[in-house]
Ligand binder design. Structure first.
Ligand code: ADP
Length: 655
């Protein structure tokens, strides 16, 4: 194939522009990205070679080599991994295959600092080379292909790239960065060693650099050897040395690993800029043997809500990398967990399909799930600083001190995903329920657990009350809460989109049923005294004729109309039957374009309210009835079916 020019996919061109303009303050990550690609390429080769040993050709030792040429102003990263065919080079280095890229780009603000953060989380991979290079040449040959099937790819990182066939004896890929004038500092052994130490120490592959030695230069005075020589500088020796630790971090004993090393390893496998919130590292022995190193990130990724997003677990078998995103190892509701599982028992040629069926994998998945839950329970336990009692035994260890506030942080990022587990992981439902946190009528922050709530329950209270709404403000101001506020009964305020769904799976906590304040008939049980109950019954009795008329007037809108003592200041509210879908969930499903059953709510009216008292004998009865209904709908976040008619009715009354 002779030289061909291809245009970059539009998104690549856009990304390239961003990379070169916003990653300026964190240039050096380019090396991490390119070494990571080189390491992936070696992992891929190792994996393909399981079934075809010939792919190793005669170089079975996988490695990455870094070299630079000061005079030519180049820095080269070479791997002897899988390599690329011409078509692969065109496809992989000219388009962005990753899903969510467009979505990601739309989130960029144009502000350098925050964009750099985002790009860092997202990982720009190969294109990060253009941060330091004005031109990149890639020379590559696919393992197993003939030497004549090598490929050269060249681009200046703007609109297009060139591809041509070359002869390349060695398998694998060389990425040759033609350094920008300002980036010449990277053509330096110390600089490269420093960056590798920072980001790539734990790559399990050796990273090699040519050894340098100090050499004296020419004689200062050719006629007088005594006068000494000029400094000659560092000269390459032709001998290569490994510059990273090249030992898989998770195989080392815990005590030999510093927090910083754990955090660095996390950054490497997750391509996250930020340190993880916490991690757990264990060697599990028993019927299945494996090592797990699992991290909880500090921040939720862009695509957390994509349920197709694969798990963040890399599977190794006896230190051999098998696959990324091994979803069989972690339930979907823990898809934010990142880390490594290294099994001693699985066969090396295990496939995704096989993983789904393996009993060992099932045991690993259960073990990993339990570990993550324990980790979260531990954070939850230490989330709030204990009240100082002055007792010396109360003094917190440094480790526990560091945990204060961590669970709140975790929950703000991942709490909603965790709730999916209630419907997904029945075996751990009880543990998960204990990890839930909510805002409530006594706490604006999302920090109340079911146990906290129970501890504060009133004498005679026999249910955990909650309300679901679209926003915290809507929840707090719901008319349904009025009597609870008046009586000082706490109500949990649930505003996550998944709450309604998740609660389908949680009917009680520790023996106490959960009760929505917007569902079913109003019954406070023992919290209402006889007098109140009697008054309510009397009101209902005298109100009967009006109720009958209201039912008739609203028969198309309301399932039923009844009086309630739920309300204090509002004239009316809507509730649904005990087993009915809440109005909020029905609305949400509709908005999402899904089929939702038609929910006909019950209108409850407050017989003590002036407006309701006016109904009897009013010439505007019909209009008032509809206004009551529509206002109740508005109050809980809905919209009247016919907003114009509503406005007309209100205006008629106003004038
Ligand atoms: P990512 O690595 O996240 O997929 P990149 O932009 O870094 O994204 O790389 C795009 C693709 O180019 C890779 O998925 C891989 O297929 C290919 N690639 C990049 N570097 C190499 C390499 N050193 N050897 C073989 N293939 C590579």
């Amino acid at each position: 194939m002779s030289k061909q020019t291809h245009a970059f996919q539009a998104e690549v061109a856009q990304l390239l522009h961003l990379v070169t303009h916003s990653l300026y303050s964190n240039q050096e990550i380019f090396l991490r990205e390119l070494i990571s690609n080189a390491s992936d390429a070696c992992d891929k080769l190792r994996f393909e070679a399981l079934n075809n040993n010939a792919l190793y050709e005669d170089a079975p030792e996988l490695q990455v080599r870094l070299s630079f040429d000061k005079a030519a102003k180049t820095l080269t990263i070479t791997d002897n991994g899988i390599g690329m065919t011409a078509q692969e080079a065109i496809d992989h280095l000219g388009t962005i295959a990753k899903s969510g890229t467009k979505d990601f780009m739309s989130k960029l603000s144009g502000d350098q600092k925050s964009d750099a953060q985002l790009i860092g989380q997202f990982g720009v991979g190969f294109y990060s080379g253009f941060i330091v290079a004005e031109k990149i040449t890639v020379e590559t040959r696919r393992a197993g292909a003939a030497a004549a099937e090598g490929v050269r790819w060249i681009s200046g990182g703007t609109g297009d790239f060139e591809v041509e066939t070359i002869t390349r004896a060695e398998r694998g890929t060389s990425v040759i960065l033609h350094l920008r004038e300002e980036a010449l500092e990277y053509a330096n052994t110390w600089k490269l060693k420093e960056i590798v130490g920072k980001y790539s120490d734990h790559i399990s592959l050796p990273i090699l650099m040519e050894k340098e030695e100090w050499q004296d230069g020419e004689l200062i005075d050719p006629s007088n050897e005594e006068a000494g020589r000029k400094p000659g500088g560092m000269v390459k020796t032709g001998e290569w040395e490994t510059i990273n630790k090249a030992s898989a971090l998770w195989t080392r004993p815990k005590k030999d690993i510093t927090d910083e090393q754990y955090a660095d390893f996390y950054k490497q496998i997750s391509r996250d800029f930020e340190a993880p919130l916490t991690w757990t590292h264990n060697r599990v022995e028993g019927s299945t043997e494996y090592t797990q190193l699992l991290y909880i990130p500090s921040k939720a990724p862009q695509d957390l809500w994509n349920r197709d997003k694969k798990a963040g677990i890399k599977l190794y078998v006896k230190r051999v990398f098998i696959m990324d995103e091994a979803e069989a190892l972690m339930p979907s509701y823990l898809r934010f967990v990142k880390g490594v599982v290294d099994s001693a028992d699985l066969p090396l040629n295990v496939s995704r399909e096989l993983l789904q069926e393996s009993r060992d994998v099932k045991a690993i998945r259960e073990g990993c799930t339990k570990r993550v839950l324990s980790m979260l329970e531990d954070l939850a336990k230490h989330d709030k600083a204990p009240e100082a009692s002055g007792d010396v035994t109360d003094v917190l260890s440094e480790e526990d001190k560091a945990k204060i506030g961590q669970y709140t942080k975790f929950y703000a990022e991942f709490g909603a995903v965790l709730k999916e587990g209630l419907g997904e992981d029945f075996a751990n439902k009880d543990r998960l329920s204990k990890l839930l946190r909510f805002a409530s009528t006594t706490s604006d922050t999302v920090s109340v657990s079911f146990a906290d709530y129970k501890a504060r329950m009133k004498d005679g209270q026999d249910a955990i009350y909650y309300i679901t709404a679209d926003t915290l403000a809507a929840a707090k101001n719901s008319p349904q809460l009025e009597v609870f506020k008046k009586k000082g009964i706490e109500v949990l305020l649930m505003t996550d989109r998944v709450d309604e769904w998740a609660l389908n799976f949680v009917h009680e906590f520790d023996g106490t049923p959960l009760q929505s304040v917007a569902k079913g008939a109003f019954d406070l049980g023992k919290l209402q005294d006889e007098e109140e109950k009697k008054a309510a019954e009397d009101a209902a009795e005298t109100f009967k004729p009006v109720l009958a008329k209201l039912k008739e007037a609203l028969k198309d809108k309301a399932e039923d109309v009844r009086v309630t003592s739920r309300l204090v200041d509002s004239p009316a509210c809507l509730v649904v039957t005990d087993d009915g879908m809440s109005m909020q969930l029905a609305r949400m499903l509709k908005q999402a374009g899904q089929q939702a059953p038609e929910v006909k709510p019950v209108l409850e009216v407050n017989p003590e309210h002036a407006l309701v008292k006016k109904l009897d004998g009013s010439v505007h009865f019909h209009d008032l009835a509809h206004i009551l209904f529509d206002q109740a709908l508005l109050a809980e976040g809905g919209l009247p079916e016919d907003p114009a008619a509503y406005v007309k009715r209100v205006n008629a009354l106003l004038s």
